[in-house]
Design a protein around this ligand. Structure first.
Ligand code: ATP
Length: 326
């Protein structure tokens, strides 16, 4: 393998709080280790369209606390084609980039894997997504901040839910995973979480109604993971109105506000550690691996393993949630 001199870094897919902290860490750790760094704008689109700039240590000053990503992000369909990836490779070579660090979710890592099978480029991935749905890492960058935002929102909705004695469905993000809904429900003291991992097995709404909402409280809050499998908060509310008209039901969809805001300390620390670990990985000659957080230790997870496996939900948490909602 040729010696790496210049590392390109990009953020791709959905933005997540903490991506800037990861960019800072990758840039500074790379420069500390004697590499040059180039920032690639708008994810793979910037690689295909050659939107690439030099990054110095001071270019990532004052960003650790900022949400979003200073490099911007995008979804790039052209990169899904072989021609698009060829163009990206040519731009990379022309810019003198020898290795890549990509920060994003499942799709971003899939793109990196495709790119690496066609071109001889060492790539290291950093899991940046609020969904926490990547196998091989306990946490992804942005998840903790989004979870705290959800908790903050649930606390506020609880006030109105109580005053009006209503059943509230609060829809949260998560792609096809229930981590945000389940842990958001526990943190917010909600009654239940309706998540795809369980909805696929049984009708969670029917079960919830059958068991009866808690009798010790006047209102109920249920967190719902956005997903065609759960039916979403709107779908569930429609069902309640048709099948259980005795309930006064309301819906709140938290939407994109879950992606914003200053990252929590936990996300900043995770992003800093993962950014530094990505450069360590390249120094050690690793390629095509994602940095994972395994019980507080930084580990290397092959792309294939991270992408192909489904990250399981901890089912004990469902018991905890229901036992505490009596
Ligand atoms: P999030 O989890 O927040 O949605 P993500 O990284 O999964 O983030 P995607 O939109 O799925 O977001 O993927 C980001 C980009 O990765 C895509 O726009 C595309 O450029 C690239 N990509 C995704 N899948 C592939 C693929 N099969 N082949 C090549 N590139 C891909």
């Amino acid at each position: 393998m040729a010696k790496i001199k210049t590392i390109g870094v990009l953020t791709s897919g959905g933005d997540a709080p903490g991506m800037n902290a990861a960019l800072r860490a990758v840039t500074r750790a790379a420069i500390f280790n004697g590499f040059n760094v180039k920032g690639i704008y708008r994810g793979y689109r910037g690689l295909v369209e050659n939107e690439i700039v030099d990054f110095r240590a001071q270019d990532v000053s004052n960003i650790i606390h900022r949400g979003g990503t200073i490099l911007r992000t995008a979804r790039c369909d052209e990169f899904k084609t072989q021609e698009g990836r060829q163009k990206a490779y040519e731009n990379m070579c022309q810019q003198g980039i020898d290795a890549l660090v990509v920060i994003g979710g499942d799709g971003t890592l899939t793109g990196a894997r495709e790119f690496a099978t066609e071109h001889d480029v060492p790539i290291v991935g950093i899991p940046g997504t609020i969904d926490n749905d990547l196998y091989g890492t306990d946490h992804t960058i942005g998840y903790d901040t989004a979870l705290n935002t959800i908790m903050w929102c649930v606390d506020r909705i609880r006030d109105t839910a109580n005053s009006h004695e209503r059943l509230f469905f609060i829809e949260v993000m998560g792609h096809n995973a229930g981590f945000l809904a389940l842990n958001g429900a526990i943190a917010g003291g909600a009654e239940a979480a309706i998540i795809p991992e369980i909805s696929i097995e049984k009708d969670q709404l029917a079960q919830l109604i059958e068991h009866g909402f808690r009798t010790t409280k006047k209102s109920s809050i249920v967190l719902v993971a956005e997903s065609p499998i759960t039916g979403g908060a709107m779908g569930l509310a429609d069902r309640v109105r048709n099948e259980y008209p005795q309930y006064d039901v309301r819906v709140t969809i938290l939407g994109h506000l879950q992606r914003g805001g200053s990252p929590t300390a936990q996300d900043r620390i995770l992003a800093s550690r993962m950014g530094a670990a990505a450069i360590d990985a390249l120094v050690e000659g690793q390629r095509n691996v994602m940095i994972g957080d395994d019980d507080e230790k930084m580990v290397y997870v092959p792309f294939n393993k991270a992408i192909k496996n489904e990250k399981p939900i901890d089912r004990h948490l469902l018991d905890t949630l229901s036992h505490l909602a009596i």
